[in-house]
Design a protein around this ligand. Structure first.
Ligand code: ANZ
Length: 975
């Protein structure tokens, strides 16, 4: 075989790997384990573009490297295959989403296999497969059957809570539960009806049904989670989202807030991602304080992080949604206050939080009493107070809080500063300290005062210390078809789990994928959506699970994907443990990455897994942006007769190369160029519009148009392909520069509408998968955002050809010699080995590609063909370019896969320089240079220096007065 025929080679080895099951995750007890994972894709209809495999290539390189280093490697791939796009397509076409999904998966798999990934396909999982979602449903059931015990700081079976209720009621039980859970005794409990008991337990279960304010998206017909809403619009599709109260399933993730926070210190993730999670969790330490409403039985509870400022409270503010606010409105304020509430309620929370400029609110007419000093203060409604945070009410301290300050300023309310010392011991309810009316001071924090104030609150029963989290419980249902059914039926309006033996509860068939006429979710259309128990037949839950359910535990299933009796065996999850390297996009920072940590902690509490953080090390790859190309169409401004003004005439498809477009836009177009363009335009125009009279152009202008980047090479447009691209371009003509049409370019998001999507299949067709893999890594650091620019791909391809040529004679014969390599040859190789080791430790992939290139260049100059160099070189390159390496490996006479080889051992000795060029100074001036072996002794160096021709000339037969030799540095001669 003479040439580097990449297509043949790649097909051959992909078939070999498949046949020999090369990438099965093996468990050899003598070896350590390494689990490397990619965030699995949603198989969309558009297939993969070159941005998708970026992270997969990186993890594949690590997987292959670790294998060579003697690890048992698990490197699986699968599909997050429930989701909206397939369902939207089903709504439009009637095609079952399972069929669309299946087709998309086949396409993805084929594309992935083309890239030569070392995935263990036997481990593949699909979240929409009943054998998989059986276990998603099972985990849901475990959550339903558990509560969070704050004393034990873990989840515990709900049965044990029931036995405690029977014995002691709930007063002394510290458990995560709904905010307004009433206190009851053992007698109360035992007297409860079954329905009352179940209702009470729902307040404790880790997954529960409750009326919740949700993000409702009417266009999608479903509820969305906070991270699926961006600025009041759905992330998918950009539809408006409104706030609405609905009965919803939620996950009590807030019970795990503290552990989710603490766990972040144990994992090796980027700081920005950790910080996003910390902010999302949003822990605040403060207190709840109860204010009595004047002349009323009502009280208002506020959450504050600054009890120490309580003497500076000049009004209370309630969220517009608050029922209490409505009740406190007095007759004389009714009109303004109610009108205000109506408007304010419809502003989204996000809008209200981000808008600090619009200050709006209304006085209710009622007053509250400050429990510390008995002062009467006004109660207001203000939309800067959020219903969903704290208690939905604030004690406003305008002198110390900026929003309160702005509000007070706006409405002319008192601003009263509290200064240090106002909370001294014994002063409760004190004098109120020293109070001055003044402006806003931002930072007055008195920790001791806070602690004392909280003690006082608790003693008097008017409040308590409270830790508040910004994080909300996670809504767990969607009113959609293409998701996991919840294993729940309803009896007397209350939810019950189906029996475990009836799992999986399979998605039923429906006639349409739309809500029913009376607004129930699509599952309401299923014929027999009921559950039969010994005592009757009951309706099943019609909502399905959200997109994040299946992805919250898939990393466990990969360890044991075919297990029919457990979600994964303990033996396997124990063996593979936490994911050692997780690669995926940073867009999942607060969604998937929080939910999967939560489920892992829950499964850990249950004792079914032994880790409580799923992803030890994570790298977030940067997005590959598109590099769009543009062509420039001549846009004429006619002089001439009416009717010719372009409206009715057929306008020529005339395109000018970039230079002319730039000149036209800058006003620097030369007369000759202008004439050329006008001439061409005229002849085309006259041809197209024989009945028109042509009067010439007033002005030439150009408009830019995206052109498919796949018909542009190094910014040069392929004219024939361009004409064939769209029917209206068939007769296009061009004004070229130096015989070429040069396109403009810009870096933008990779998207179909910008015609800048590059399909890896096309690159593979043209250059091969090995080039694609190397090139994606060569583009720059993995984490960086970078444009896809094919301009450098030829260089990478040439590198592979050069590599190939090292193993072949000029005539194309495979030939290696068994001779001992030279020092230089060893040095070139060992430099590259060292670099690769270092790069792998830092996950720096682009730099290794450069070092391969340097190495191959050096070896080419040295005309290396020694087996002792070329064998390790093939191994070295194999994680990046596995196909060519396998081929070379087999040409070298091996009959097993190169993946079974060992990574070459770096030896420092090859990098140590053996000789040194000594500068020879004569009377302080550098006069000569001599190359000497570094092993020489002082005396030998002296001798060699004196023997040098130039030195002898300077000495002129005399002996030097003095000689100083510093080995490895310098020789000094004094004459
Ligand atoms: C009095 C006060 C004085 C406050 C002061 C702050 C500074 P974080 O840290 O985010 O938890 N607050 C409480 N509930 C609120 C709600 N539902 N909507 C809007 N604001 C709310 O913030 C807690 C502080 O935010 C609380 O402490 C309360 O104002 C306000 F110098 O109370 B503070």
């Amino acid at each position: 075989m003479a040439e580097y025929t990449f297509r043949e080679i790649e097909n051959k080895w992909q078939a070999y790997w498949e046949k020999n099951q090369t990438f099965l995750a093996k468990v050899n007890p003598d070896k350590p384990k390494f689990y490397t994972l990619d965030m699995f894709p949603y198989p969309s209809g558009a297939g993969l573009h070159v941005g998708h495999p970026l992270g997969y290539i990186a993890s594949d390189i690590v997987a292959r490297f670790k294998t060579l280093k003697g690890y048992n490697v698990l490197h699986p791939m699968g599909y997050d295959s429930f989701g909206l796009p397939a369902e939207q397509y089903a709504i439009q076409t009637g095609q079952h989403p399972a069929i669309t999904t299946e087709q998309n998966i086949s396409r993805y798999t084929e594309q992935l296999k083309n890239i030569g990934f070392a995935f263990d396909w036997s481990k593949e999982v699909r979240t929409s497969d009943p054998s998989y979602y059986k276990w998603t449903q099972w985990i849901f059931m475990q959550l339903f059957n558990s509560y969070y015990d704050q004393d034990a700081d873990k989840a515990i079976p709900i049965d044990s809570l029931v036995s405690r209720f029977e014995k002691e009621g709930n007063r002394s039980i510290k458990a995560a539960c709904d905010d307004e859970t009433p206190i009851f005794s053992a007698e109360d409990w035992n007297a409860f009806s079954e329905k009352e008991k179940q209702e009470m337990l729902l307040k404790y279960r880790l997954t529960f049904l409750a009326e919740t304010t949700v993000n409702w998206c009417p266009a999608l017909g479903t509820v969305l989670s906070n991270d699926e809403v961006k600025d009041g619009f759905s992330e998918r599709g950009g539809h408006p989202v409104e706030r609405k109260k609905m009965m919803q399933w939620s996950m009590r993730i807030t019970a795990y807030a503290d552990r989710l926070l603490q766990g972040l210190d144990k994992v090796d993730w980027s700081e920005p991602i950790k910080e996003m999670q910390r902010n999302w969790i949003g822990k605040s330490i403060g207190a709840e304080v109860i204010f009595q409403v004047k002349d009323s039985n009502e009280t208002i509870k506020v959450f504050t992080t600054r009890v120490d400022t309580i003497y500076g409270v000049t009004y209370l503010a309630l969220a517009p949604e608050s029922d209490l606010a409505a009740a406190l409105i007095t007759e004389d304020q009714r009109e303004t206050a109610e009108a205000y509430i109506e408007v304010a309620k419809n502003r989204s929370e996000r809008e209200r939080m981000s808008d600090v400029k619009t200050i709006s609110g209304a006085f209710t007419g009622s007053y509250a009493i400050n429990p510390f000093n008995g002062e009467e203060i006004q109660i207001w409604v203000a939309d800067y107070v959020l219903a969903g945070y704290g208690t939905g009410a604030v004690m406003a301290v305008p002198a110390h809080d900026e929003r309160d300050y702005n509000f007070a300023k706006h409405f002319g309310l008192e601003i009263r500063q509290v200064i240090e010392g106002s909370m001294e011991e014994g002063s409760f309810p004190g004098k109120g300290g020293l109070i001055i009316n003044s402006g806003f001071i931002s930072n007055l924090y008195m920790k001791d005062a806070m602690i004392k104030a909280i003690d006082f609150l608790e003693e008097k029963g008017i409040g308590k210390g409270k830790i508040q989290f910004r994080m909300r419980d996670a809504i767990f249902t969607r009113q959609r078809y293409w998701g996991e059914p919840l294993p729940v039926y309803f009896k007397d309006g209350l939810p019950y789990l189906i029996e475990e033996k009836d799992l999986p509860l399979v998605l039923p068939e429906v006639d349409k994928y739309l809500p029913t006429e009376d607004g129930a979710p699509p599952l309401g259309r299923a014929k027999d959506w009921t559950y039969k128990t010994a005592d009757g037949e009951y309706p099943l839950e019609m909502s399905t699970m959200p997109g994040w359910a299946g992805s919250s535990w898939y990393f466990f299933r990969y360890t044991d994907p075919k297990n029919e009796t457990e979600f994964a065996s303990k033996k396997n999850t124990d063996y593979w443990g936490a994911v050692d390297l997780y690669i995926g996009g940073s867009e999942h920072a607060t969604g998937h990455l929080l939910y999967s940590r939560f489920w892992t902690k829950f499964l850990y509490d249950l004792g079914v897994v032994s880790i409580d953080e799923p992803f030890q090390k994570m790298i977030n790859q940067g997005m590959i942006q598109g590099r769009s190309n543009f062509v420039y169409r001549v846009k004429p401004l006619f002089t001439g007769a009416k009717g010719q003004e372009g409206e009715k005439a057929n306008l020529p498809m005339l395109f000018v190369s970039k230079k002319y477009h730039d000149d036209i836009q800058n006003g620097t177009l030369s007369i000759e160029d202008k004439n050329t363009i006008e001439e061409k335009f005229k002849s085309m125009f006259v041809n197209l519009n024989p009945t028109y009279e042509y009067h010439g152009l007033k002005k030439i202008d150009t408009s830019e148009m995206h052109v498919d980047v796949n018909i542009v090479y190094n910014d040069q447009l392929n004219l024939e392909k361009f004409k064939a691209w769209r029917p209206d371009l068939a007769d296009a003509e061009f004004v070229l520069e130096d015989g070429k049409y040069i396109c403009g370019f810009e870096v933008e998001k990779m998207s179909k509408s910008k015609y800048n999507v590059v399909n890896p299949d096309d690159i593979i067709e043209r250059y091969g998968a090995d080039t694609l893999r190397l090139y994606e890594m060569f583009l720059g650091p993995l984490e960086q955002f970078k444009p896809w620019n094919t301009n450098g791909i030829d260089g990478v391809f040439k590198f592979l050809r050069k590599l190939w040529n090292l193993y072949h004679t000029q005539g194309g014969e495979f030939q290696v010699s068994d001779a001992e390599p030279s020092k230089e040859e060893y040095k070139a190789l060992h430099k590259a080995i060292k670099k690769m080791e270092e790069d792998m430790a830092n996950f720096s992939f682009n730099t290794s590609v450069s070092s391969f290139m340097i190495c191959v260049n050096e070896l080419s100059v040295l005309k290396t063909n020694k087996r002792k160099i070329l064998e390790p070189l093939a191994i070295l390159v194999s994680p990046y370019a596995p196909h060519i390496s396998e081929e070379l490996w087999s040409l070298l006479g091996h009959n097993t896969s190169i993946t079974e080889a060992s990574f070459p051992v770096f030896d420092e000795k090859y990098l140590i320089e053996s000789s040194f060029e000594y500068p020879v100074m004569i009377n302080g001036k550098m006069r000569a240079k001599i190359q000497l072996d570094l092993s020489l002794s002082k005396e030998e160096i002296e001798k060699a220096a004196l023997a040098d021709e130039i030195v002898q000339k300077w000495l002129d037969g005399k002996a030097p007065k003095k000689m100083i030799v510093v080995p490895g540095k310098i020789v000094n001669v004094v004459i």
